[in-house]
Design a protein around this ligand. Structure first.
Ligand SMILES: Cc1cc2nc3c(=O)[nH]c(=O)nc-3n(C[C@H](O)[C@H](O)[C@H](O)COP(=O)(O)OP(=O)(O)OC[C@H]3O[C@@H](n4cnc5c(N)ncnc54)[C@H](O)[C@@H]3O)c2cc1C
Ligand code: SF4
Length: 494
């Protein structure tokens, strides 16, 4: 049992007031920079910057109340601190096992339920019950009802739960950018300069370019980022949610995944801010519903499935994909890639550690699926290379949604497409050396030809699924299929 004055240890993704305010207001805070954790993988340079900057800003904000220790390992720091601490449930299986070991060793006094998400793990357990198949849509509707978000009595505002049909348009014609006001951009300070200097000196092997800090790392910055998005960008969010413009890296996305995943914003506060904008007439219904679905639906669902599916889920490989990730991919060498859509998405990861959802799913993920990249390796790559990548958010997104390696537990069909989809949803194809309509020849689009090679490889699985059977019959009508397959077997440049 913890004493009233037991200090509270916060991990770097637990830095918002909902972790240390309220009933914990009186406790001293322990923060730890563990160099072994920073070097555990080849992380994106900007991701390490965000984590160190967040921890050091938290120390500065909390002042005398907080102690920030630098050590090789968390255990060494806790031993040096000399007092048992409280900690909230951490966000990965490995960290959960670790804090239990620390409790057994007497270094942790107690492990508290995490306040990071709207729904607790126990409540999800009740919801999941005996279900073996899950649908995000069912979960999302229950979340709306449970937290009374965008509801009129027992009905959804506007009479519909889902406004996807009004969203997800192709990008507007004749423009290079969406012409929405720019996203919030924090001002770097002396803490960032110190972090940059320390990272230069630590000799840690990182990937990606260093660059100005683009994401919020304090509760104040996160609040400003949220206000800027809700006030100036939300209105266009849903409509172009799935569109890609080469010259507009952020489109109308919120860029809130970093402050959300650092625990700086509570998801319900984000959802309430969006709902207020709708109710005071400053954001349209379809955009607001589309955004709330991402936070209260998808994000919460992915978190819960991480725990529900368990650690072995990571080793799922239903499609038998064994291709090692190529070096140009792991080194984020976008300049080695000609395919304009892939080049641009990889360059986004190299330069910012970030690419938007449709680039992750329908460009990077789709390419990996078509080429049979090993799912767990891919999962670890996403986790290390993206600034918002954390252990809990990867498996259902990468192993499940993007690679279908779980045999359909997460998504009813594999997400992949030929160049026609990318041509419809982006402005990339017109400047690309490949032709989205061609599947054979020197300018054959790697997505179009790769799509048919994928359908051929998995035709047994795809023909047994109502949603994908047509792809197999279309493939069987392609007179040049053998030549396309032969070409793709030997393709070594993209
Ligand atoms: C292959 C793949 C890898 C991904 N990797 C990550 C990751 O490392 N970290 C991460 O936070 N999200 C990840 N996502 C989900 C989503 O792409 C990002 O949350 C989003 O692109 C972040 O940008 P944003 O904040 O501008 O999001 P917006 O487009 O503005 O969406 C709003 C918010 O909704 C939440 N959200 C929406 N979809 C998801 C989802 N599927 N899973 C979790 N949260 C979601 C995020 O918190 C996001 O900030 C991944 C998706 C795929 C398909
Ligand atoms: S032609 Fe193919 S490779 Fe080039 S941008 Fe279009 S979809 Fe991508």
């Amino acid at each position: 049992m913890a004493e009233q004055d037991t200090p509270l240890w916060l991990f770097a993704d637990q830095l918002g007031r909902h972790f240390h305010g309220g009933e914990h207001e009186h406790r001293r805070i322990l923060l730890v920079e563990a160099s072994s954790a920073l070097a555990r993988r080849r992380f994106h340079r900007q991701k390490l910057h965000l984590i160190l900057s967040a921890l050091r800003h938290a120390k500065a904000d909390l002042g005398e109340r907080a102690t920030l220790l630098r050590a090789d390992t968390y255990t060494e720091a806790l031993r040096g601190y000399g007092r048992p601490v409280l900690v909230h449930e951490p966000t990965s299986h490995a960290a959960e096992r670790f804090v239990h070991r620390l409790r057994d060793a007497g270094l942790v006094a107690d492990i508290l339920p995490t306040p990071a998400f709207a729904l607790s793990r126990a409540e999800f357990g009740h919801w999941a019950g005996e279900r073996t198949r899950f649908r995000m849509e069912d979960f999302y509707r229950d979340q709306r009802r449970r937290f009374s978000v965008m509801m009129v009595g027992t009905d959804p505002v506007g009479g519909r739960w889902n406004f996807d049909a009004d969203n997800r348009e192709s990008p507007p014609k004749g423009v290079n950018t969406l012409e929405v006001p720019p996203p919030y951009r924090p001002a770097e300070d002396g803490i960032d300069a110190g972090v940059r200097r320390d990272l230069d000196g630590m000799g840690i092997d990182t990937v990606g370019a260093d660059g100005p800090r683009l994401f919020a790392v304090t509760p104040t910055e996160a609040g400003e980022a949220l206000s800027q998005f809700i006030g100036h960008r939300l209105a266009l969010f849903g409509r172009y949610e799935d569109a890609i413009l080469g010259a507009d890296w952020a489109m109308a996305h919120s860029l809130l995944s970093v402050p959300l995943n650092l625990g700086l914003l509570h998801p319900l506060d984000v959802v309430h801010a969006a709902e207020s904008a709708y109710r005071d007439g400053s954001a349209p219904l379809a955009a607001t519903e589309g955004f709330i679905r991402q936070i209260l639906g998808w994000r919460e669902y992915i978190w819960q499935l991480y725990w529900h599916f368990g650690p072995d889920y990571l080793d799922s490989n239903h499609l038998g994909a064994h291709t090692p990730l190529p070096d140009w991919w792991t080194h984020l060498d976008a300049d080695a890639v000609d395919a304009a859509c892939l080049h641009d998405a990889l360059a986004g990861v190299r330069d910012r550690g970030w690419a938007h959802h449709i680039q992750r799913l329908m460009v990077l993920g789709s390419h990996a699926l078509q080429r049979g990249y090993q799912p767990r390796e891919l999962n670890d790559w996403f986790s290390a290379s993206f600034v918002d990548g954390f252990a809990w958010v990867m498996p259902a997104n990468v192993i499940g949604m993007s690679q279908h390696a779980d045999g359909g537990r997460m998504a009813t069909k594999p997400y992949t497409s030929g160049g026609a989809y990318i041509n419809k949803m982006s402005d990339h194809c017109r400047s690309c050396r490949f032709d989205p309509k061609k599947r054979l020849g020197p300018d054959a689009c790697p997505f179009t030809a790769g799509y048919w090679a994928f359908v051929d490889r998995h035709q047994g699985l795809l023909s047994a699924n109502m949603r994908t059977a047509r792809a197999v019959s279309s493939m069987k009508r392609l007179a040049d299929l053998p030549a396309v397959l032969e070409q793709e077997r030997h393709r070594d440049t993209f």
